[in-house]
Design a binder for this molecule. Structure first.
Ligand code: NAD
Ligand code: PRE
Length: 315
């Protein structure tokens, strides 16, 4: 059974926004739709996706209050608009909806990369529309309109990266919206966001994509036993490596500099471990593994580990 509405965040008595428009009905767009409707964060939740079969599925699932047939129709008269499309599509979608945005509206997004999204969206912003970029650091390896669930953002970070001088009221409303879905909001610059996420999210995905590909390439040598014996660490990598190819292609193309910087550091550190193994330097290995174990325990102590959310999802 899905968690009851009140079990993950309190329902608002009065909606925060009159009309919320969500462009892109995948994992994140459908999760926001579930939560915003259940928690009364918006009086009317309108969704649009460029794929007709996704719109059809969203209707069958009863997502939001209405599925629009064009992006312009979805955003017309909307107070808050969230782009939930792959990062490479944010600029083109902003161009598509620009003339339909009403003055005073707050435009936002959920992209996993922030600097390139800001650069792509800002030139299309009409006078009187505020852009408050957001990135909920919450997700799964699943995509599409069936993948969403309302408690996805509960106790997870949501990073806002407003430009210097952005309207404080628009930032405050965006913060309230994400806090309303149970997220913990932090504000930083887009560049800093991209550097931090390169190491905490983008690099781990690249490593997972790489190791699963390598194992597959070695199938002949291992007699395909990678699949049979993949109960432990490798299985965790396969979950991550099952993440959406379009989304992750865009992440790496749009956070190139930060990912390459972190990949360089990663390769240097890997060389140190490689040397320790080659020369039987157990002390170096033991010290390193002790340090990383402490990091994991710190994350668990901070409550940033996922099982809580996963559990809610399965209930
Ligand atoms: N998946 C995650 O774990 C996760 C977590 C946080 C943020 N994000 C970010 O959220 C965004 C969406 O990711 P998702 O996982 O929901 O992806 P998804 O693949 O589940 O959904 C994306 C949807 O966008 C639609 N779309 C693509 N281009 C479009 C366009 N031009 N106009 C209208 N619709 C369009 C697609 O048809 C698809 O239905 C991405 O920018 C991603 O970086 C993802
Ligand atoms: O848990 C997962 O499946 C995720 O990959 C989620 C994850 C992450 O790296 O933490 C992936 C990309 C998003 O931008 C935010 C969250």
């Amino acid at each position: 059974m899905a968690p009851s509405q009140d079990s993950f965040a309190p329902r608002r008595e009065a909606p925060l926004f009159g009309r919320l428009a969500i462009i892109g009905i995948g994992l994140i767009g459908s999760s926001i739709a579930h939560a915003a409707k259940a928690l009364n964060l918006a009086g009317r939740v309108v969704l649009y996706d460029r794929e007709p079969e996704v719109r059809q599925r969203a209707r069958e699932l009863g997502l939001g209050h209405e599925i629009a047939d064009s992006a312009a129709a979805a955003v017309a008269d909307a107070d808050h608009i969230i782009l939930c499309v792959p990062v490479g599509a944010c600029g083109p979608v902003a161009a598509e909806i620009a003339s339909a945005l009403k003055p005073g509206a707050i435009l936002s997004d959920v992209g996993s990369v922030k600097k390139s999204v800001v650069e792509a969206v800002t030139p299309h912003l009409p006078e009187g529309v505020q852009f408050v970029p957001a990135h909920p650091v919450a997700g799964t390896e699943n995509s599409g309109p069936d993948a969403g669930f309302p408690s996805l953002f509960l106790n997870r970070w949501c990073i806002l990266t407003p430009a210097e001088g952005a309207d404080p009221a628009a930032i405050a409303a965006t913060r309230q919206f994400w806090e309303g879905m149970g997220a913990i909001v932090e504000i930083m610059t887009a560049s800093h966001h991209d550097l931090v996420l390169a190491v905490t999210s983008h690099l781990p995905h690249l490593i997972a994509y790489n190791i699963v590909g390598t194992a597959e390439d070695l199938a002949a040598v291992t007699q395909s036993e990678v699949i049979k014996f993949s109960a432990g660490g490798f299985r965790d990598f396969t979950r991550i490596a099952a993440s959406d190819p379009t989304m992750w292609r865009d992440v790496f193309l749009h956070n190139k500099d930060a990912v390459l910087e972190m990949l360089g550091r990663f390769s240097e550190d890997l060389a140190v471990l490689t040397r320790a193994i080659r020369f039987g330097d157990g002390d170096t290995l033991h010290k390193h593994f002790t340090r990383t174990r402490a990091i994991r325990r710190g994350i668990v102590a901070l409550g940033q580990e996922k099982p809580e959310t996963e559990k809610l999802r399965k209930d």
